[in-house]
Design a protein around this ligand. Structure first.
Ligand SMILES: [Zn+2]
Ligand SMILES: [Zn+2]
Length: 346
């Protein structure tokens, strides 16, 4: 049996472990991808801390997977071997109403969810549904592409959910991997943007991406909070707020900074609850919506945007698989501006 290195989730509130596991063989309809790079997402921290627990134990984490197809199973053309791909990480049942509508991220009975409940990308190889392998253009590098698999596609999906119109004011709270992609998406949609974070380096990054204004929420005191600043800048509040932080104070500020008929899109979460009095939503006719992951179609659009140079993943650090724990620590302490990416050797 040939083996490879993989980072395994054993259960909530347990540290991940690096182990030797069997190199997977592609089954019917599957391709095996030799992984070149895998982005590190807050989801891994949520799994480790027990905030997210889909049930299964003992699988490889990681879902921002880019690599090269090196073997195919029955039913998949051999011509795909050698293809450089980005992996869509929901494998829906393909039978329920959500799958039929192309919203596999909502499938209640997914066949697999690499990195969430089945083997993912903190490893050297993965076997996945071949139709989930989205071909990358030659000029998009595999390391740069990896974070587009979740950070980029989550942002594009959330952006589409919000139906941004040109000229609207869009606030992005939390300029990490998803937030940086959201800013680019909103700007490409013709919006005016405000980036909010507590890290000056991230706000500087937001400026270079083209944000019209930045607000450091750590500087905003009790009397003059981020919501009041947004109100002043926009003269009435934001049309759209993307909440990528998910902390109690940031979510409450997000509700307050909404314009009448504004849309709040919840993407990030922590252990904090969303606490809001209904009157705050009623008088504004506010819309609050959640956005989870992306569709396969979204990922195709992400790759097209990246090919045109309209969407770039911000890769802040690269680490080898052996150093995954260092990357998670950087992510946890919010020392990453953009994304950290694991790069496989060999
Ligand atoms: Zn993710
Ligand atoms: Zn389904």
């Amino acid at each position: 049996m040939q083996t490879m290195k993989a980072v395994r989730y054993l259960g909530p509130k347990q540290d991940f472990v690096l182990r030797a596991v069997a190199i997977p063989e592609p089954g019917p309809g599957q391709a095996r991808v030799r992984i070149a790079a895998c982005g590190m997402c807050h989801t891994e921290l949520h799994l480790r801390d027990g905030l997210l627990d889909l049930g299964p134990r003992d699988f490889t984490v990681g879902h921002e997977i880019a690599g090269v197809i090196d073997a195919v199973g029955p039913g998949v053309p051999e011509s795909r071997i050698g293809e450089r791909v980005l992996v869509y990480y929901y494998e829906g049942c393909q039978d329920c109403r959500y799958c039929r509508e192309g919203a596999e991220q909502l499938c209640p009975r997914p066949a697999a969810q690499p990195g969430f409940s089945s083997d993912g990308g903190y490893a050297e190889y993965i076997a996945v549904r071949a139709s989930n392998c989205v071909k990358l253009p030659a000029h998009v590098g595999l390391i740069e592409a990896a974070p587009l698999g979740c950070a980029g596609s989550t942002a594009v999906h959330a952006g589409k959910m919000a139906s941004i119109r040109p000229g609207e004011w869009v606030v992005v709270q939390g300029v990490g991997g998803v937030g940086a992609a959201l800013l680019q998406y909103a700007l490409a949609a013709g919006a005016q943007t405000i980036a909010i974070d507590i890290n000056p380096e991230r706000l500087a990054l937001a400026k270079t991406l083209g944000a019209n204004c930045t607000i450091n929420a750590a500087d905003a005191g009790e009397s003059s909070d981020a919501a009041a600043e947004v109100e002043a800048i926009t003269q009435g509040g934001a049309d759209v707020v993307f909440e990528v932080v998910g902390a109690g104070p940031s979510m409450q500020a997000a509700v307050r900074m909404l314009r009448r008929r504004g849309r709040l899109v919840l993407i990030g979460y922590t252990a904090a609850r969303l606490e809001v009095h209904p009157i705050e939503l009623i008088v504004k006719e506010a819309v609050v919506m959640g956005s989870v992951g992306s569709t396969l179609q979204d990922l195709h659009e992400v790759v097209a945007l990246a090919a045109q140079g309209k969407l770039r993943a911000m890769v802040d650090a690269t680490l080898t698989l052996d150093h995954f724990a260092d990357g998670l620590a950087m992510l946890e302490e919010r020392r990453i501006n953009g994304r950290a990416v694991l790069v496989m050797e060999g």
